[in-house]
Design a protein around this ligand. Sequence first.
Ligand code: SF4
Ligand code: SF4
Length: 406
Amino acid sequence: MQTNLADFVRSRPEHKELDSILRSCVHCGFCNATCPTYQLLGDELDGPRGRIYLLKQMLEGADTGPVTQLHLDRCLSCHSCETTCPSGVKYGRLLDLGRVIVEEKVPRSLLDQTKRRFMLLVFPYRQRFNWLIQLARLTKPFLSVALREKIPNSQEVDVWPENNHLRKVLLLSGCVQPTLAPEIDVAAARVLDQLAISLIPVKSTGCCGALNYHLSEHENAKNLARKNIDACWPYIEQGAESIIMTASGCGVTLKEYAILLQYDPNYAAKAKQFSAMVKDISEILLEEDTTLFKVKNIKVAFQSPCTLQHGQQLAGVVESILQKIGYVLVDSDNSHLCCGSAGVYSLLQPQLSEQLRENKLRDLHIEQADCIATANIGCLTHLQAKASIRVIHWIELLDRNRLELH
Ligand code: SF4
Ligand code: SF4
C-alpha cells in the first residue's frame, strides 16, 4: 500500500520501520479470517486490516482520537494475523510502535491510567508482585468472584537438582511465575537434569520487559532487557549453550531483544547474540532422547499459547514431544485462536477475554482429557480459573513422579 507519512513520524529511528511495514500490506484481508477479535465483534476496525488502516491514517497526520485507541486496545497482540498474512506484514511491531504514538496523542481516563500505572509499578517486580499475591490470598474471602478466581493457591516447591553437568542452560525466572507457579521451573530443572543438562537460574535477572513494551513504555522495557543481558553475560562468556524461560510469553520477548535494542550502539550486538541463544524449552527437548519419560494412556488437551505458535512460530513442537513419549492428545478446534489471557488483557478487556476463554475451554474438549497442558503462565492461570480439570505447564508432564492429575 502507498504511504505518505507526516513529518512527526521522522523523529525516531524506529519510525523508518513504520513506513516499510505499512507498505508491505497489500490490504487483501486474509488476516481477518484468523483474528479472534474480528471473529467475536465482526467489525472491520477490530481486525488487523482495519487496525492497520487506523494506524496509517494516524501516521499520515489524520486526527486521532478515542476510536483509534479503542480498536487498538482491543487487539490481543496474539500475532495470529502474522501467521496468516501471505505478505509477511510485521503487524505486531507496527502495533507496538503505533501504540506509543497513540498514547502521546490520546489522553486516557483517570481510571484507565491508574490501572495501567498500578500494573506497571507492581507486576514486573518479583517481590512487589509476591507481596500483592500474599495479601490477596489473605483477603480472598472479601474479594469479588472475578478477582478471587485469578488468585492461585500456593505451591510446595521441590529441591533444585545439583548443577553439576557439563552442559549448561541459563534460566530467567521472570517476574510473576515464581510467585504463581514456582514448581514449573523446578520441573524444567529436573527434566533437564535427567538429560544431563544443568539449568542455571541467573540471579539479578527479572521481568523480560513484555508488559512495559506492550503498554507503550518502551524505555522501561529496554532497561529491563539491558539488565537481563548484563546479568547473563558472564555465563554466556563462560560457555552456556542457550537461554530459556519456561513461559512462552517471556521467551518470545527475549527473542525480540535484538529488535528492541537494535538502535542502541552499546547493546545492539550483545542483544543480537543474546536473542540468538534464546530457545523455548521445547526446542531443547526436541533434540534430545526423551524415551526415558515414556508414559501410557494419559489424555492431554494441549493449549498452544499464541506466543509459542505465532510469536515463536513453534506450532506442533510441544505436541510432537508429548505424543512421542506416549501422551494421547485430545483433538481441539480453533487451536490457532487466543485463550483471552494475553498478558494483562484479561484485566483491561475482561468481557472479550472471558468470551475467548469460554470458547477455548469448549474447543479444547476438556471432557475427554485428564488435564490441560499449556506453555505459558498467563494462559495457565487464566484457564485454571474456569477449567473443571487441572491446568499445568507441559514440562510438568515429563516430571510425573511428582505430578498428581486428579
Ligand atoms: S496484513 Fe497481510 S493478510 Fe492482512 S491485509 Fe495486510 S497483506 Fe493482507
Ligand atoms: S494480533 Fe491478534 S487480535 Fe490483534 S489484529 Fe492480529 S490477530 Fe487480531
